[in-house]
Design a protein around this ligand. Structure first.
Ligand code: ATP
Ligand code: MN
Length: 482
């Protein structure tokens, strides 16, 4: 038998009347004659034509939606619409039967909610095939971007004893018998007797460890799973997500923003080049979906236009203070349309505010800088008091249309006295982070970094509406199936 060829390669070839073998899963089988075959290498199906008069009727019956088959035959020019080649099969073997009565994926449109319940099979749909090929390209592009720039891919620990934000939304890791954990004399759980000899959790961020690497390797990035036990049932939060966290020695906030903007544009452009078919399909899908929405909720740009627009425009950069002024005077604020009205300086921005700035006011990606010190993490570099006497830090958040925050970062506080003072104010125990503080004791230097939520990037590029649809097996409150 000739060697199996992937469908993507076949569709890109010109018919040469050669014998080929293809393997894949049957999408549909029409008139006992036309198999639409897909092997996941591309969104397109290959038409395999069966010579039904010379094929065992028992075999024909086993060619059903979902079955895995191998087909061998001549590759010829196709007369059918929408395809240049097809395979005229002379041999067909059913490798794995699929009972059409029981197969959950029927050749019709299923809701995304239903497909989430059968996430083990949803890869076989056009939509999810496209999403996960795009996700793959974006991940590869992230590595290529950093590798081209001499960054070192650093693996930071998944189990840690530090909670980077002190936010207390970490998943605990313990080996104790939960019904009967050892106690101290005062009746508290005695973590000294636990596996690691201290209380541990799954990482919420690799940043602190990443900074340690940057203080010797100059430029590093992490790209790994991150865990948050926040009970937020939103379309933008997962309990397990992948984060990209670069840390760069000798970078200030402007360098940091330039890098983040370049990374986003590079990865989006890469997907546009590598996944043109998939993105055209997803763009079309979104347009179909929007038809069922009221006119004012439809977007004026298609997905492909939106991605192109993002590449060809500079992100708008402004300070938090400037953003508050815009929001205070905005129509929705005056008409009390915001769920959280903007009363003045110091408020944390909610997703509704971020989206107003991006989608209504500037109509493009926005980078906000210099947030109030009170609402940001201890490690962000403190600014001099501004003209109005506000205390701010050298933070930056990148806000994207339809997504809100996609990147959060800052220039880091490299001055030991300032850092210790801020930790004291916030009640963060310095002895636990002695190793972090050591980088400020020995050869400290200005440095900066950020965190990009990978699924939020995939969400933006695929135009999907729910983050649970852009990771193969989503983890969220009350769900850890598969
Ligand atoms: P948000 O306010 O949207 O919850 P955050 O301020 O908690 O975000 P950071 O702690 O700055 O986010 O994390 C860095 C990036 O990680 C965010 O910009 C976002 O892209 C992503 N991210 C944060 N939390 C989640 C989550 N639960 N699920 C998926 N991505 C997330
Ligand atoms: Mn959060």
């Amino acid at each position: 038998m000739s060697q199996r060829i992937k469908i993507k390669a076949i569709l890109a070839s010109t018919p040469t009347d050669t014998r080929v073998t293809v393997k894949g899963w049957v999408r549909t089988f029409r008139n006992n004659q036309f198999i639409a075959l897909n092997d996941g290498s591309t969104n397109q199906n290959l038409q395999v034509v069966v010579d039904f008069e010379n094929t065992d009727p028992e075999l024909l019956k086993r060619i059903t939606t979902g079955a895995a088959i191998s087909a061998t035959g001549m590759l010829i020019a196709s007369l059918g619409k929408g395809q240049s080649v097809e395979v005229k099969a002379t041999e067909i073997e059913v490798l794995g039967d699929s009972d059409p009565e029981k197969y959950p994926l029927q050749p019709k449109k299923h809701s995304l909610e239903f497909l989430r319940e059968i996430a083990h099979l949803r890869f076989r749909t056009q939509t999810f095939g496209a999403i996960f090929r795009v996700r793959n390209s974006l991940a590869f592009a992230v590595h290529q971007f950093f590798q081209e720039r001499g960054f070192v891919y650093l693996h930071t620990p998944v189990i840690t004893a530090s909670d980077a934000e002190g936010a207390g939304e970490a998943f605990k890791v313990t080996n104790f018998d939960l019904a009967n954990p050892p106690k101290t004399e005062t009746g508290e759980i005695d973590y000294k007797q636990d596996f690691f000899g201290k209380a541990t959790n799954l990482t919420v961020s690799g940043q602190l460890e990443g900074e340690l690497g940057a203080m010797a390797l100059s430029d590093i990035y992490t790209f790994g799973p991150t865990f948050r036990a926040e009970n937020s049932n939103t379309t933008r939060h997962l309990a397990e997500f992948w984060m990209i966290e670069p840390e760069m020695a000798f970078y200030d906030l402007d360098d940091n923003m330039d890098l983040a903007e370049a990374l986003l544009k590079y990865t989006i452009n890469y997907a546009l080049e590598k996944n043109a078919d998939d993105l055209a399909f997803l763009s079309q899908r979104l347009q179909e979906e929007e038809k069922s929405k009221p006119q004012q909720e439809r977007s004026d740009m298609s997905l492909l236009d939106k991605l192109q627009f993002c590449l060809s425009n500079d992100f708008e950069r402004l300070t938090y203070t400037q953003a508050i002024d815009i929001l205070k005077d905005s129509t929705p604020n005056k008409k009390k349309k915001f769920q959280y009205p903007i009363e003045g300086w110091g408020a944390d921005l909610q997703s509704e505010h971020e989206r107003y700035l991006v989608e209504k006011h500037f109509k493009k990606p926005v980078i906000l800088t210099d947030y109030p010190k009170q609402i940001k993490a201890f490690y962000m570099r403190q600014n001099e008091l501004d003209a109005q006497g506000h205390e701010t830090v050298r933070a930056m958040d990148i806000l994207f249309p339809g997504i809100g925050e996609i990147v959060g970062g800052s220039q880091r506080e490299e001055r030991l006295d300032k850092l210790e003072q801020r930790m004291d104010e916030m009640g963060i125990p310095k002895e636990d982070l002695w190793w972090y503080l050591d980088t400020r004791r020995f050869g400290a230097c200005p440095h900066a970094g950020f965190g990009l939520g990978f699924e939020r990037l995939v969400l933006f590029v695929t135009g999907m509406g729910n983050i649970r649809d852009v990771i193969p097996f989503p983890r969220f409150p009350k769900n850890a199936e598969f």
